[in-house]
Write a protein that binds this ligand. Sequence first.
Ligand SMILES: Cc1ncc(COP(=O)(O)O)c(C=O)c1O
Length: 395
Amino acid sequence: MKVSDRISNVEYAIRDITVHARQYEKSGRKIIYLNIGDPVKYDFPTPDHIKKALVHAVLGNFNYYADSEGILELRQAIVKKESQKGLSIIVDDVLVTNGISEGLDMVAASIVEPNSEVLMPGPYYPPYASYVKFYGGKPIEFKLTEDGEPDLDDIKSKITPQARALCIINPNNPTGEVFNSKNLKQLIDIAAEHDMYIICDEIYDKLIFDQEFTGIGKVSKDAPVILLNGFSKVYLMTGWRCGYICMNSDCQKLENIRNNIPKLARVRIAANLPVQKAAIAALEGPQDYIAETVSKLKKRRDLVVKRLNEIDGISCKLPNGAFYTFPKILRSIWKDDKDFVLDLLNKTGILTVHGSGFGEYGKGHFRIVYLPNEQVLGEAMDKLTHFINNSENQN
Ligand SMILES: Cc1ncc(COP(=O)(O)O)c(C=O)c1O
C-alpha cells in the first residue's frame, strides 16, 4: 500500500549507518562505536541528584498529563537560565518539548510551506534538513570559511524571496565549531534584513573548550529569534527526552508563531511530567559536574585530534565545543566518504558517520564522536592509522 513521498524520503545518517554495523556484529566481531553523540552511554552518567528527582516525582505520583506548554516551575527555571545567557524572555515565551527534536518539528511545521527555503550552515545536524524537506521546503546550505566563520557573501547570494528562516547551530554538530558574537551579529543582521526567522540551537551551550560562549540573546535585541535548547547533552539526560522552545519576548514579529505553535503542543498533549520535574533539579541543583565533563572531554578531544593529524592522509581541525571531530579524508582511494566509512567499519570494526550525511559541505569528511575513554579512543586511533597506512599500500 502507498505511503507518502514525504515519509519515504526521510533520512538520518547517524542512525541509518548502524544497519551496516549490525551486519558486521552478526559475524561475531566487536564494534567500536564512534557514531552516536550520547554521553550517557559512555562514562558520563546522569548525575544522582537528577536521577533522584525523577524517582521522587514518579513515587510522588506525578505521573499524569502535564500542561501542554510545560509545568510552570520548569518554565521559570528555563527563563532564569536563558535570561542569564542574554535572551529576553518571560514564562509565556517558553514551550517545553520532548527533546529539541520535537521542538524542531513543531517550529518547522509552523513556518515551512511548500517551496519555502531555510538556510543552514554546511555541514549541519541532519534533522534540520529532514524536517524542512518533510514539510515541503528546501534546505539551503551556506558555506563556512576555513576558520569556521559564516561566509556572508555566500549566504547573501543564496537568499531568495522564498527564504523563511536561517538556522544557527552553536556549537555546531558535526564540526564542534563555535560562532563568536561577531558571527552571530552578522547572521542576525542578514536575517533581519530579509525578514527571516532565526532558529538557533544551543544544546551544547556549556560544553565549550577554549573560548567564551555567546548566547544568541546577547546580540539579538528585538530580532525574531526562536531558541531551541534541551537537557540531553549538558545535563546528561539523553534517554529522557526533554527540551524547549523559547521566543524572543522583545520581538513583535513573532506574535503569529507565538499564538499558533501552542496548538501543536496541545495536539501532542504534553511533555513527560516526571522528567520535567527532574529537569528542574538539573537547572537548580549542583552544576559542578559540568566542569568535570568539559575537562574530561577536552583531554579526549586533544588525544583524538593529535592522533588524527599524525596520520598521513587525514587532516583535522580543533573543535571548540560539543564532542565531535570532523576530519577530512585527503586520499582519493575511496569512491566517496560513505565508501570510506564502510571500508573502515568492515576492516576495523570502527563505526563513524560519513560526512555527506551532514550535507553537501560534509562531503569528503567523516564524523568521530570522542566520548569513549582514552583507552578505547587510543585503540580506535591505532586501528584507524593502520587502516589508512594499509589502504595506501594497496593502492
Ligand atoms: C545540534 C543538535 N540539536 C539537537 C539534538 C537532539 O536533541 P534532543 O535530544 O533534545 O532531541 C542533537 C543531538 O545530537 C544535536 O546535535
